[in-house]
Design a binder for this molecule. Sequence first.
Ligand SMILES: C[S@@+](CC[C@H](N)C(=O)[O-])C[C@H]1O[C@@H](n2cnc3c(N)ncnc32)[C@H](O)[C@@H]1O
Length: 244
Amino acid sequence: MTNPYESSKLLEEYLLFHYGKDQEIMPWVNGPKDALGFTGRTVESLMKPSPYDLKLKALDVGCAVGGSSFILGKYFGNVLGMDYSESFINVANRLTSGKPLKFSYLIEGDYYENATVAPPSYKGEICFEVGDASDLPEDLSDFDLVHAANLICRLPNPLSFLNRLPKLVKHGGQLLLATPFTWLEEFTPRANWIGGSGNSKEKLEEVLNPWFELEHEEDLPFLIREHQRKFQYSFSWGTRWRRK
Ligand SMILES: C[S@@+](CC[C@H](N)C(=O)[O-])C[C@H]1O[C@@H](n2cnc3c(N)ncnc32)[C@H](O)[C@@H]1O
């Protein structure tokens, strides 16, 4: 199966989703503006902030084109953004060069509008790597914070990723997890859906509880624009967990 996250359609949609101006994403006055700025909210609304420290390190798994990773870069001296999609990681890396990035987004049919992403500002080191959340390098461990937004229902075996989290987050560290539980067989075999035939929230808590304490939860609306008259409007279950 070809990876949909390598397509130019999803690259444009994610550049707009992560870096587009509010007016570019949602041009309708009566549209749901509370769903904008999702990649910032999964960090800043969920995280318990600590003073900036060059030594603190954060991991953003399934970072796509890097919107949340750059937000983490305001708080952590060292940020690693990782995603399975080479085309997403390529553009995220280009944004670390300090140069603006031009892209276009769909108005309708074959009609596109040009847009520019200004280079995001951050303080310490940010790097982006292609990597598989289901097969993370052994030496990846002990992060002060791990962020995984809208990732688990895109994995073939979410449970194996969840089981890797205790090693990934250091004791006392934070795990920011957001998921809309959009289970689809195209990504995850039905047998691997977390609580797919019951309550996904309860099942997720059951899996994480031996290692993490749930400190905060909130529903985070988000909006992915397909074209000027079509949007995906979803609610992610946003959570902050403390590594025991
Ligand atoms: C629904 S998007 C969410 C992206 C981003 N975190 C956000 O909140 O906008 C899912 C992301 O997970 C990535 N992904 C899918 N499978 C992955 C895997 N096995 N390892 C790492 N990333 C993966 C996709 O390439 C895509 O960027």
